[in-house]
Design a protein around this ligand. Structure first.
Ligand code: IPE
Ligand code: IPE
Ligand code: MG
Length: 255
């Protein structure tokens, strides 16, 4: 793994989100069933988690199953659910040992009770870990996320504890998933498609976007390192001019 020091113009991302796409095509290219690609994708998840631990990246969010993925053939959906359950059971001890805090984000009410219980157990086991927060987005949709935040605020208004006029961006943001974690800095999509597919819509407002052709099962340390190198070489302006940003950076270096 090499990240050239000449590209280290800015700090490493503190929160990386990944749309792990391309499992099905990866398998189909080898004449195997799509589920084979999902299974191989788990190895890539393990690598990505370990990479973030080594680089001390505080938050990693992985898109595992979108609110639209229920539209897939029934056997693929049930294979994915089984795999999710299996991986959760198999990996949780190792994640815990490695100081990983696991969070599942999404509308969990559609999952089986058995899976919901496993999720709650895994989250509570790892709740105190401080090494890396691994958010797995399952039955997640960016629109759902914004809608559930709006619903929480609407309830407060209905209960008389909040005035509608007091609702602003900051308040809404504090009800969006992962509001207690660093802002999303980098969003990567593997698999060659250039779209967000209802992933982190609110959180992506100022994230750097990176679309790469690598299919998810082939995502390894070198590909991740290249993605990080691309991130650190970019100038993030947040509405300012480039000159303002460079001035600010110079002042920070001088202390
Ligand atoms: C991403 O890979 C994993 C899930 C959506 C669960 P895909 O299954 O979408 O793979 P492709 O895009 O069909 O190759
Ligand atoms: C996005 O991939 C969802 C996940 C990676 C979990 P999809 O493969 O479902 O996205 P579309 O359907 O091509 O937009
Ligand atoms: Mg896909």
């Amino acid at each position: 793994m090499t990240i050239s020091s000449t590209t280290m113009d800015q700090a490493l991302p503190r929160h990386v989100g990944i749309i792990m796409d391309g499992n099905g095509r990866w398998a189909e290219r080898q004449g195997k069933p799509r589920v084979w690609g999902h299974k191989k994708g788990v190895d890539a998840v393990r690598r990505a988690v370990s990479f973030c631990r080594r680089l001390n990246i505080p938050s990693l969010t992985l898109f595992a199953f979108s609110s639209e993925n229920w539209r897939r053939p029934e056997d693929e959906v049930s294979s994915l659910m089984e795999l999710f359950m299996f991986v959760l059971q198999k990996e949780i001890k190792l994640l815990h040992k490695n100081q990983v805090r696991l969070k599942i984000i999404g509308d969990l009410s559609r999952f089986s009770t058995k899976l919901q219980i496993k999720i709650a157990e895994a989250e509570s086991l790892t709740a105190g870990n401080t090494g890396l927060t691994l958010n797995v987005a399952a039955n997640y949709g960016g629109r759902w996320d914004i809608a559930q935040a709006a619903q929480q605020l609407a309830r407060q208004v209905a209960a008389g504890t909040l005035q509608a006029d007091d609702i602003d961006e900051k308040l809404l943001a504090s009800h969006i998933q992962m509001h207690d974690q660093p802002e999303l800095d980098l969003m990567i999509r593997t698999g060659g498609d250039i779209r967000i597919s209802n992933f982190l819509l609110w959180q992506a407002a100022y994230a750097e976007l990176l679309f790469i052709d690598t299919l998810w099962p082939d995502f390894d340390d070198q590909v991740f390192a290249d993605a990080i190198a691309s991130f650190v070489s970019r100038e993030r302006r947040f509405g300012c001019t480039g000159a303002q940003i460079r001035e600010l950076a110079a002042a920070t270096v001088q202390g």
